[in-house]
Design a protein. Structure first.
Length: 462
């Protein structure tokens, strides 16, 4: 019996015989007597490569358990302060950006639009391994190719108005007459008279490459969330295409976990239907140059490392269930910085597009202060190390009407502590216009004061 045959037999038997040894534990190291046999069969170099204990997964259940355990590890916290040095390099993925509120077009509230929502937990519906991952990504890309569209704006040039692909949109609903698309506000802002020439420009949507484009109406847009809703009439669109069109299903973004796969689909630099794969790198991120002033608010985003670039704005990020977990909005572009892309969480997208469809605008609760986090005297009677100091108050706002004052330090709203501005902004974000809240604050450095405030509406900026 030659050594090559004996090598093959050893390797086969090692796999077959040891497969039964693993019952949730790693395989055992070889015995000394076994080593003597191996030294006789293998060369010294080959034997070195076999040395040491061998560890493997012995069954798919064990592999899945280890995979699930790895997903339970808590994500590292990523402070908003770490973004401070690079906020000036914040790059919006489309062609323009702005701050404030804009509204265009009308929508009849009696027309109810259905939004499909996932009924399963994002992480539990698909069993993944290397063999089927590529097939899953391919099938999702193929299924939603008709629903991920190009947004075209008539851009003013020396030769008149030329159509240019400026971003991406996602079909989220349809009815008998119209197709409804969500995109970023900054993608369509120039079309609403907010661009270089301060005049309205035509908006079109292309559903298929080289198949023409169709006029779109902007039903409403909201700069604070960077979202806009468009509609396109079905008239003129082929029945063959409409039969393939599947509006996206919204995932519950509260269930998204760090480490899950993320599939980004969009039209970067005009390359239609570009699909990239990465993971969810972080959740509930808050970035933005207006996060601490009176009119801005921290925006909750999902961080992904799937490649996104200019033109991906308004595109989709899916999980492996084929559910929408976010609408791509920005990336950070800085020397030495890679893979920092962000998508607006699907739960926020669903809430905002519903408001735009029903009311033509987004109404938000508003306290009306400018503020910043400030340290408190150590060992103070209020039991807090920090609070939110009021630096300014908006005229005619709820803060002014109900007696809040500059230099007051807010430490709680409705008994929820506010150790930093982000906490305060999140609480106000969860409220609606007209809600009454109890604001607990420190006045004159030592007096604890509780004031009931009825929240107003955030001013509309045009």
């Amino acid at each position: 019996m030659n050594n090559e045959y004996r090598k093959d037999e050893y390797i086969k038997s090692n796999i077959n015989d040891r497969s039964g040894e693993c019952q949730g534990e790693s395989m055992q190291a070889r015995t000394p007597s076994e080593d003597e046999v191996l030294e006789d069969i293998f060369s010294a170099e080959e034997f070195q490569s076999l040395e040491g204990p061998s560890f493997t997964f012995c069954d798919e259940d064990l592999e899945e358990r280890v995979h699930e355990d790895s997903k339970k590890r808590p994500p590292k916290r990523f402070s908003i302060l770490k973004f401070a040095a690079i906020l000036l390099a914040l790059v919006v993925l489309g062609t323009s950006a702005g701050f404030g509120y804009r509204y265009a077009g009308t929508f009849f509230a009696e027309k109810r639009i259905e939004l499909k929502t996932s009924e399963v937990s994002n992480a539990e519906n698909v069993s993944i391994n290397e063999k089927n991952l590529s097939n899953i990504v391919s099938s999702i890309a193929e299924k939603y190719k008709p629903a991920v569209v190009s947004i075209i704006i008539g851009v003013s040039t020396y030769n008149g108005i030329d159509d240019q692909v400026v971003g991406t949109g996602v079909v989220f609903s349809e009815d008998e007459e119209n197709i409804y698309i969500v995109t970023n506000d900054h993608v369509v802002s120039s079309a609403q008279g907010n661009g270089m020439y301060n005049r309205k420009l035509p908006v079109k949507v292309a559903f298929e490459k080289d198949k023409g484009s169709f006029e779109a109406e902007i039903l409403g847009s909201d700069t604070f969330s960077d979202l806009a809703v468009l509609s396109v009439k079905k008239e003129g669109i082929s029945e063959e295409f409409l039969d393939t069109l599947v509006p996206v299903t919204f995932a519950d973004s509260d269930e998204v976990k760090v480490g899950e796969w993320a599939i980004a689909i969009g039209n970067p630099l005009g390359y239609i239907d570009t699909t990239t794969l990465g993971i969810v790198s972080g959740i509930d991120r808050k970035i933005g140059t207006s996060s601490r002033n009176a009119l801005g608010s921290a925006v909750s985003l999902i961080q992904i490392d799937a490649a996104i670039n200019s033109g991906n704005s308004g595109g989709a990020t899916f999980n492996l269930n084929g559910e929408l977990i976010g609408i791509n909005t920005i990336k950070i572009k800085e020397t030495g910085v890679e893979g920092l892309g962000f998508a607006i969480a699907s739960n926020d997208v669903r809430t905002i597009v519903t408001q735009i469809l029903e009311n033509g605008e987004v109404e938000r609760a508003f306290l009306g202060i400018e503020g910043n986090t400030v340290g408190l005297t150590p060992g103070n009677e209020f039991g807090m190390d920090t609070g939110v100091q009021i630096l300014g108050i908006v005229e005619d706002s709820a803060a002014e009407k109900f007696g809040l004052m500059v230099d007051d330090v807010i430490i709680a709203i409705d008994s929820q502590e506010t150790p930093a501005w982000d906490y305060l902004a999140d609480i106000i974000k969860s409220k609606t216009v007209g809600d009454k809240v109890e604001v607990t604050l420190i006045r004159n450095g030592s007096d604890k004061v509780v004031i009931e405030v009825e929240l107003g509406a955030r001013p509309k900026m045009k």
